[in-house]
Design a protein around this ligand. Structure first.
Ligand SMILES: [Zn+2]
Length: 386
């Protein structure tokens, strides 16, 4: 079974090599001030380019790079070559990847990246740009977000499409910095190449696919862990209405791993909290509501005039979808769901895929009125470069 999957993956990858793959520039280690790093070619053929010179690299070569004033000092296998404004590590052929070892491995351990690396110095630190094929980047982001969640390829296809939506909407986010996206949470978390075979398949099998609204515009595809059985409208969370982000029943999220939660809070603290919010806790009806608040009839926005989003934040709750119950000297919050509840529930989506729904049906379930559409990625990226 495993072998079969691998052969399939290789076939898929080979099929995609027929097309000229488009690459984008991602600033890596964007949130870490790095002064020294080692590069090791790990798979495929690499050469190094500096000062119009070109030199082939061997798999056993260790290339050290560190900051020297406004240049990068280059050493290969401990012998100093010189200092340069820019050094490029370029791959020849297919499926190449390299390893990076930061000097201080207590912060970040070694990482693997696909394709190319361009190194220069900016603000006394190394500026590292991973020039990487779109689908490899997408797979890397999906893996950083969903590692180990499932082995269902259709689910990873969905996640890949969401990542591609973000990428297509934000290709110019770092235009001023002369790259496309950074690898921090500012853009999308990216920690290098994906190695879960289903994640890579999901990205390549959905090449060019994005989610659009009824007008054909690429949409913001928000997701969360579990809706608790009912998704939330974007307007109720951020005050902004989107026709594809409206609350609806979601039975697929019921009973999965993150479906339920509980939290106990001392009645004293619970009362004090509402008192501080200006609620008259001496009133009998308020006293009752504090211990018997319920959302059994559906999601509410407030409890005693206090926004549930605020309560969730202040008590570190998994969701705003909870009921209250008296439990000795404490109040028991019995909750459903995990996350803001807007858009796609990841656990619900996994359940749908495992039950045999097509990935576009999952899209249509969670994003009202939205559709999957295939774009000419190459055209968009090229158009963007002009
Ligand atoms: Zn960024």
């Amino acid at each position: 079974m495993k072998l079969k999957t691998h052969i399939l993956l290789i076939l898929i990858l080979l099929a995609s090599f027929g097309l000229k793959a488009q690459k984008i520039d991602i600033r890596i280690f964007a949130d870490t001030k790095m002064e020294e790093i080692s590069f090791v070619p790990s798979f495929g053929k690499y050469y190094i380019e500096f000062d119009n010179k070109k030199q082939n690299l061997k798999k056993t070569d260790i290339i050290s790079l560190n900051v020297k004033a406004d240049k990068v000092r280059l050493s290969i296998n401990d012998s100093l070559i010189g200092s340069y404004k820019q050094i490029k590590f370029l791959s020849e052929g297919l499926m190449s990847f390299f390893l990076l070892f930061p000097k201080d491995t207590t912060i970040i351990k070694e990482r693997r990246y696909d394709d190319n690396l361009i190194v220069s110095v900016q603000d006394k630190a190394l500026r590292l740009i991973n020039n990487v094929e779109i689908e490899s980047y997408i797979a890397g982001v999906v893996q950083a977000e969903t590692w180990g969640a499932t082995t269902n390829v259709d689910f990873f296809k969905l996640q890949a499409i969401c990542v591609r939506n973000y990428l297509m909407m934000n290709l110019n986010k770092h235009k001023i910095d002369k790259y496309n996206l950074c690898d921090g949470v500012h853009c999308q978390a990216y920690k290098g190449r994906a190695n879960q075979v289903e994640v890579v398949q999901g990205a390549y099998n959905s090449k060019g696919e994005v989610i659009v609204d009824s007008m054909g515009n690429i949409i913001e595809t928000l997701f969360h862990s579990n809706s608790g059985g009912e998704t939330v409208s974007s307007v109720d969370v951020w005050g902004k209405h989107f026709s594809h982000l409206v609350g609806k029943q979601d039975t697929f999220s019921i009973g999965t791993k993150a479906y339920q939660w509980e939290k106990f809070i001392k009645i004293r603290d619970w009362q004090r909290y509402f008192k501080e919010k200006g609620v008259n806790i001496k009133k009998d009806s308020v006293k009752y509501e504090l211990l018997n608040f319920s959302q059994k009839e559906g999601r509410k926005k407030e409890m005693l005039g206090v926004s549930l989003i605020q309560i969730r934040k202040d008590f570190g709750l998994r969701s705003t979808f909870f009921d209250c119950q008296e439990w000795g000297s404490e109040v028991k919050l019995k909750g459903k769901g995990y996350g803001h509840g807007v858009g796609m529930s990841q656990e619900g989506a996994i359940r749908m895929c495992e039950e045999g729904y097509e990935y576009w049906q999952v899209v249509e379930h969670y994003y009202t009125g939205a559709k999957v559409k295939r774009l000419d990625e190459d055209k968009i990226i090229n158009g963007n470069k002009e």
